[in-house]
Design a protein around this ligand. Structure first.
Ligand code: CA
Length: 226
């Protein structure tokens, strides 16, 4: 059974999250403060963290930075303001996903499930995989494989790679990618695209150091050669 730590100081939100996760038979612990959460994370094993950005003692960003010095446990941020979303996206904090408040607990549960599935065993032989060169894409399951391995992608990394895969060889500008991939985050900057291209390249490179399927076209955008 997967163990989840919820770090959230607003009881009403925490209660809804705990209820939804426990209904899915996850083992869920809850703490109200950042330092307490960090202590628990140092001492116990958790499979995933749901982390509020606005905590009264130690903010979610600082907590995550500290957490990354000793653990790669997946983190899903809960954010309250647009400005916070920009920071989640912009500052490569090693967050795996975020939910903007107000959010539906059911949607959070779906994200948690997707996240835990990606950390788990190699890709199950289910789903509708479409092979494109070295890539295989299961668009219904929102998963992409590279070589024999399923990629552990954040939501926006997934969308970005899917957008490039949808038009292999075509040069897509940053503006096109922002409109397509970040359609629900209108306050996105050019550098957010570049940051995500960089993290995608790192993940692809870790699997096959010989190839760089994403090409940069200076002043024009990016393309992908599957
Ligand atoms: Ca809060």
């Amino acid at each position: 059974m997967s163990r989840i730590l919820v770090i959230e100081d607003e009881s009403a939100i925490a209660d809804a999250v705990l209820y939804a996760l426990r209904a899915e038979a996850y083992s869920v612990e809850h703490v109200l403060l950042g330092r307490e959460g960090l202590r628990r994370l140092r001492e116990e094993g958790f499979d995933l963290v749901v982390l509020d950005v606005g905590l009264p003692d130690l903010g979610g960003f600082d907590l995550c930075r500290e957490l990354r010095t000793f653990s790669q446990v997946p983190v899903i941020f809960l954010t309250a303001r647009d400005g916070e979303i920009d920071r989640v996206l912009g500052l490569e904090l090693g967050a795996d996903d975020y939910m903007a408040k107000p959010f539906s607990p059911r949607e959070l549960v779906a994200r948690v499930r997707a996240r835990l599935r990606r950390v788990g065993a190699p890709a199950a032989e289910t789903g509708n995989w479409r092979q494109q060169g070295a890539f295989a894409h299961d668009s219904a399951g929102q998963r992409i494989r590279y070589g024999a391995q399923e990629l552990a992608l954040t939501r926006y990394e997934y969308r970005l790679l899917a957008a490039l895969l949808a038009r292999p060889g075509a040069i897509l500008s940053r503006e096109q990618l922002m409109a397509d991939v970040w359609r629900d985050a209108p306050e996105t900057f050019d550098r957010t695209v570049d940051t995500h291209i960089k993290t995608l390249r790192t993940k692809l490179h870790a699997i096959d150091p010989q190839r760089d399927p994403i090409q940069t076209h200076r002043g024009m955008g990016y393309s992908l050669k599957p």
